[in-house]
Write a protein that binds this ligand. Structure first.
Ligand SMILES: [Zn+2]
Ligand SMILES: [Zn+2]
Length: 200
């Protein structure tokens, strides 16, 4: 099957430039939702663990994954494992977990496009001619799902999110609010982490 799942304009606007990895992440996110039989997450019930790290450029994928699934970094629904791999695990407490990984052959084939010769010369995506960027993005849309992704159900995967709490206290030194799990004690008084670390 070829289900390109072209991102809406707002996702490109949010991401900031045209590149292949944001749309790949969007497609991965949409396919993972379909695989697990869940809708785009409105609240706090869907979790994603991208295996990407830092210091490599494919992290654009994570913006696409967030746009597709609603499982955003800001809602603390996404946490990187820093394995430095082009994969992500998607987890819904009732529907289970699935891991999607980009296939090496797909990565190798995509790497031959002119877009990446610009990137290797240090040219940022927004400075690459639109026709060059569109060429590789369109090629990606045209590839079958199976050419892009290895899909593995993870029946034993579990994850227990941190329990939410509205409890907060004022730091006895700086007077700012601190949520309870981050309160430290200093001379018998509640303090925030930065205040706990300077002075004595
Ligand atoms: Zn990008
Ligand atoms: Zn403080």
């Amino acid at each position: 099957m070829t289900t390109p799942h072209i991102p809406p304009d707002w996702a490109f606007e949010f991401h900031g430039h045209l590149c292949p990895f944001m749309p790949i992440g969007y497609r991965m996110g949409k396919l993972a939702l379909a695989h697990l039989g869940v809708e785009r997450e409105q609240d706090h019930g869907f979790f994603i663990f991208p295996e990407l790290g830092e210091g490599h450029p494919q992290t654009c994928m994570m913006d696409g994954i967030q746009a597709a699934t609603g499982a955003t970094y800001g809602k603390v629904l996404m946490a990187k494992t820093f394995y430095g791999k082009l994969a992500a695990t998607f987890y819904h407490p009732q529907q289970g977990a699935v891991r999607f990984a980009l296939k090496p052959d797909f990565i190798d084939a995509m790497g031959k496009f002119e877009f990446f010769s610009y990137r290797k010369r240090g040219v940022e995506p927004s400075q690459i001619p639109a026709a060059v960027a569109n060429e590789v993005v369109q090629w990606m849309y045209d590839q079958p799902d199976e050419a892009l992704f290895k899909v593995e159900p993870l029946p034993d995967f579990t994850y227990a999110p941190v329990k939410g709490s509205f409890n907060k206290t004022k730091c006895s030194e700086c007077g700012e609010y601190v949520f309870e799990r981050y309160v430290r004690m200093k001379n018998g008084q509640p303090v925030c982490i930065p205040c706990s670390e300077h002075g004595k």
